[in-house]
Write a protein that binds this ligand. Sequence first.
Ligand SMILES: [Zn+2]
Length: 162
Amino acid sequence: MQALSADEIRRSFVNSSKSQVKAITMPAGLTELPWESLDFLGWRDAKAPARGYLVVPREDGVLGVALSTAATGKPRRGTGLCDVCHTAHQVTDVALFAARRAGTAGREGNTVGTYICADLACSLYVRGLRDPEVPQGETVSPQIRIERLGQRLETFLSRVLA
Ligand SMILES: [Zn+2]
């Protein structure tokens, strides 16, 4: 994706109030991110770790979605799958994120939930630029994984926007 400025990122959010957008901590080193290897920009808020953000390039511009995740505190075992990139992780490295829906539905408290890599670095996993800790069942090429990631992400976004 194309590099974005902090202003462009802040303007992209569809499910946050103005004050929530103001409170977003931008990812560190914004200008040095490996933008060419990203299908979307995803990061956890350094000052509010239960918050995460996705900023996705689409045909009609970039779309930002604020997410929140609740830490259960309970030790969990086993493996889990990211719904966006289908990377298998230790269950603690995949998190259930909730996105407030855009518009009236969101203001009434409606959310959409999905499991995503806890570090929101799906783009790096599908390209083999970051290694998960568990062996992967997926054997298709990075190109196909990138395509499927885009489709699954679009499905999630359409649920947020619906
Ligand atoms: Zn993922």
